[in-house]
Design a protein around this ligand. Structure first.
Ligand SMILES: Cc1cc2nc3c(=O)[nH]c(=O)nc-3n(C[C@H](O)[C@H](O)[C@H](O)COP(=O)(O)OP(=O)(O)OC[C@H]3O[C@@H](n4cnc5c(N)ncnc54)[C@H](O)[C@@H]3O)c2cc1C
Length: 516
């Protein structure tokens, strides 16, 4: 569980002494945390660092989600790290291959030795007097409290709650005689062979689950309240195969990565500027993939414009194939209630089921549920503004990784870690001990951090920091632009303020843990 335990569980912080100091503390050992470790040890080898991870293993999302068919929904040439070529032929890869890729990156580079598992960071306290963070973590295996200090904190804690997904309160769930499972809690024991399985939802998870379940289940209806835009892409990228034959692996990877990054930007821009043209393109793809006469308007005609919510990708049209073969179906309706035998629809019909999968989304969570305290005052995240999409106004020496929502997460994660390394080097060279973004421009207005109309975003975005209307407070969601500014723009831009303070020197403390 991440973020849901109370601070009372970690004892009285005042009674504890710091135990150990690292230059940089990374929180989270998922895709981003491992990437951050690599960038840090490569670009700032003189900096000591540790990674605190709440769970017992590396991988985050790619270890947590175990539902049938789990795979990426963006291509691996951009979801892979900039520094480690994705060498499989599969552009859309299954979850276990992605997990192996992340774990191998950690092992090959010794990043795994920097990780302390079972450490859930609960609270981070900045002291201007000491010029450092004190981090309080709960040992999830023993219940003990661990404290350490760091000059800089890099949050790689993802964007959602790990302990539970979002499940709307449907009426009558207690009456249903079969099993109900949320994909986030899927376990290998669930046997769906020959069973009637209803999947509720229409997002990336639902469109992944349906064709995978339909291979062995009796029949799989996907029950959706409203449709999504769905596009089929080849599971293998033809350019990648050719490029690998004629170029070295890193060059081939870079070429395909750029091609895909540019393509994603083009599709996003076209969707935002010429939504009608984009709708026609998506529809043409559907007409080519679905059986003649299929009711595209009802089942594939969203009420919003393309990329107002995340576009769903299906590799090699696997969903359409399952629909064409009658192994799966789409039902666009409202749920009235669960019954003993399945789901009663608002239109009057009933879908019979042995197993119901609620692919109804995530619960977003900012900064892994960590409480931030700056000089004794708890930071109210919604009152902060994001600087370059990675730091918070008024919060010193802290950055966070939030990947793109309109392209692969890692494109931005890599840029963020690279920028943090630039920043750390700059501070080291100039002898600065503190950097903090300050918004002194009254013409910068507040905007939601994520500009999506998806339910999971709207449900939680009020708890997140805001973005601003202008640079450097604005999130551009544009890889090319971010690449230029994060790699080239001057670190000292008048907004990020630096200072030198002589921290109060304390004698080193012996390692100390306190029972909860
Ligand atoms: C099912 C699914 C499919 C996805 N597919 C794609 C895709 O195809 N393409 C794409 O770009 N994005 C995708 N995403 C988004 C995805 O989350 C990112 O691609 C990426 O995996 C995020 O990596 P991360 O390391 O930043 O976060 P996570 O994978 O969420 O890892 C965060 C880690 O931090 C740890 N942590 C959190 N809070 C704390 C704390 N307080 N203390 C200590 N540790 C903590 C967690 O235990 C976890 O290990 C998908 C998301 C989901 C849920």
């Amino acid at each position: 569980m991440t973020g849901a335990a109370s601070l009372e569980q970690i004892g009285d912080p005042e009674a504890l002494e710091p135990l150990e100091h690292v230059d940089v503390l990374i929180v989270g050992a998922g895709l981003s945390g491992i990437g951050a470790g690599y960038h840090l040890q490569t670009k700032c080898p003189q900096k000591s660092y540790a990674i605190l991870e709440a769970r017992e293993c590396i991988g985050g999302t790619w270890d947590l989600f175990r539902y049938p068919g789990i795979r990426s929904d963006s291509d691996m040439y951009t979801l892979g790290y900039s520094f480690r070529p994705w060498e499989s032929d599969k552009s859309i890869a299954d979850g276990s291959s992605i997990l192996s890729y992340v774990r191998e990156t950690a092992r090959e580079n010794g990043i795994d030795r920097k990780i302390r598992f079972h450490h859930r960071v609960m609270r981070e306290l900045w002291s201007s007097e000491d010029q450092r963070w004190t981090i309080e973590a709960l040992r999830t295996d023993t219940g003990e409290t661990v404290r350490l200090t760091a000059d800089f904190v890099l949050m790689c804690s993802g964007y959602y709650r790990y302990d539970e997904g979002y499940a709307p309160p449907f009426r009558g769930t207690d009456r249903f005689a079969g099993e109900i499972v949320h994909p986030q809690l899927w376990s290998e024991e669930i046997d769906y062979t020959g069973k009637r399985v209803v999947v509720i939802g229409s997002g990336a998870t639902a469109v992944t689950l349906v064709p995978a379940l339909a291979e062995d289940a009796a029949h799989v209806p996907m029950l959706q309240r409203s449709p999504s835009y769905i596009v089929s892409l080849p599971a293998e990228d033809p350019l990648a195969r050719t490029a690998r034959r004629v170029l070295s692996s890193p060059r081939a990877y870079s070429l395909v990565r750029w091609k895909n990054a540019l393509l994603m930007m083009l599709v996003f821009q076209l969707s935002r500027r010429r939504p009608e043209a984009m709708k026609r393109l998506v529809r043409r793809g559907l007409e080519n993939n679905l059986p003649p006469g299929y009711d595209i308007d009802t089942h594939f005609g969203p009420r919003y414009d393309p990329w107002d919510q995340r576009l769903c990708l299906v590799p090699d049209g696997d969903l359409f194939e399952a629909l064409a073969e009658g192994r799966a179906s789409i039902v666009t309706d409202q749920i009235d209630s669960f019954t003993e035998n399945g789901v009663r629809l608002a239109s009057g019909g009933e879908l019979e089921a042995d197993l119901i999968v609620t692919a109804t989304g995530l619960n977003m969570l900012a900064l892994g549920g960590t409480e931030l305290v700056v000089d004794g005052r708890t930071v109210e995240l919604p009152k902060t503004m994001t600087y370059r999409g990675m730091m918070l106004s008024g919060v010193p020496n802290m950055a966070f990784v939030l990947g793109y929502t309109n392209a692969s997460w890692t494109l931005k994660a890599d840029l963020t870690s690279e920028y943090v390394c630039r920043l750390l080097k700059h501070m080291h060279v100039r002898g600065y001990s503190q950097c903090v973004p300050h918004n002194r421009d009254p013409s910068v207005t507040e905007q939601p951090l994520i500009d999506f109309s998806s339910g999971y975003v709207l449900r939680s975005i009020a708890d997140f920091p805001k973005q601003g209307s202008k640079r450097p407070w604005r999130l551009h969601q544009n890889y090319a632009l971010d690449l230029l500014t994060l790699r080239r723009a001057p670190i000292e831009d008048g907004t990020l303020e630096f200072s030198r303070h002589a921290p109060v020197m304390r004698s080193p403390q012996p390692a100390l843990v306190t029972a909860a």
